[in-house]
Design a protein around this ligand. Structure first.
Ligand code: ASP
Length: 316
């Protein structure tokens, strides 16, 4: 038993040939955000605080598809979503369709703590943000040149595009043209086995206005209970169909699988290939990071000194 933390910056068809000017800042951000989380856990912050803190740092980094780096809808606008969940109490909060809130994950936490509800969207979420006095910015804050270019490419190809995709897999060429991948998430457990999960995203490039993905859906992109905390990334529609987060917990609860067995099973059997990445921690301090995509931006650390930062298989 000990603390453990894992985070992701999205899974997908990340080309190994990705130029170093795109790769290195992302790698550096993984190291930096992991360090923030580890220090907070060591300082005795609650797992809920830790996952919020780490996801805020990832949201503020323009290299990931959340917060500042959010991808654009088909109308060139930003609609962010986020979700946070406390494993002990199963308290949770989620937001969708947020376009001016600097850190959507903190708004999700306010929904959890200050409302009788779980999930607010669009104007209601924006109005609540203003009532709470959380930091808001002009929507232009979230619109990066890289994402304007991505949207242009997606429109030219007439598809909803995956961030890192070169369409090398037949499944991706033929599959539902559905997907920007680059969401961020964090899961953490402390030495007492308290668990929390948080996920935040801009969604998919060229998504329909109003589209809601897996990230804010409890039991799909985000889930935590007394056994484990899970955050997923990938094709939201596939993750929702697979109830990915809840499935990991259910396999542990009802089948007695270990965290690693449960996440591997879900990634292999419950979602189609090239769609899903999952990070998870268990109450006993195990960490799992599984994906059926080409790669996943990921990092983890445990109290007993294990650390991993990687993108593809075998490069940890
Ligand atoms: N799962 C997210 C969505 O479908 C995208 C991602 O993980 O990058 O909205």
């Amino acid at each position: 038993m000990g603390w453990a933390i894992a985070l992701h910056g999205g899974a997908g068809d990340i080309p190994r040939s990705m130029p170093s000017n795109r790769l290195e800042p992302r790698k550096a951000a993984l190291h930096y955000c992991l360090q923030i989380g580890v220090e907070a856990l060591k300082a005795g912050r609650s797992p809920l605080d830790v996952v919020e803190l780490v996801v805020c740092a990832l949201e503020d980094n323009p290299n990931f598809n959340a917060g500042k780096g959010s991808v654009l809808t088909g109308k060139g606008t930003v609609e962010m979503e986020a979700c946070i969940m406390d494993g002990n109490t199963k308290s949770c909060g989620a937001v969708s369709g947020v376009s001016t809130v600097k850190n959507a994950i903190s708004l999700a936490r306010l929904v959890m703590e200050k409302t009788p509800h779980i999930y607010l969207g669009f104007e209601g979420a924006e109005e609540f943000a203003r009532e709470q006095g959380i930091e808001v910015v002009d929507s232009s804050h979230f619109i990066t040149l890289e994402n304007i270019e991505r949207l242009k490419q997606a429109k030219e190809a007439n598809r909803v595009q995956i961030d890192f995709t070169q369409p090398i897999h037949q499944e991706l060429k033929d599959g539902p043209k559905g997907d920007q991948i680059g969401t961020v998430g964090c899961v953490a457990v402390d030495g007492e086995g308290n668990l929390a999960a948080a996920t935040s995203t801009g969604g998919l490039v060229n998504k329909m206005v109003g589209r809601i993905g897996d990230t804010p859906i409890i039991g799909a992109g985000t889930y935590a209970n007394k056994l484990c905390a899970v955050s997923a990334t990938g094709k939201g529609e596939a993750i929702i169909r697979g109830t990915v987060g809840r499935e990991v917990a259910a396999l542990m609860e009802y089948k007695g699988l270990s965290l690693n067995e449960a996440t591997s099973y879900v990634v292999k059997e419950c979602t189609p290939k090239f769609t899903t990445g999952v990070i998870a921690v268990s109450a006993s301090g195990e960490v799992a990071m599984s994906y059926n995509t080409v790669g996943m931006f990921r990092a983890c650390a445990t109290e007993d000194g294990y650390t991993e930062v990687g993108i593809w298989a075998g490069d940890e």
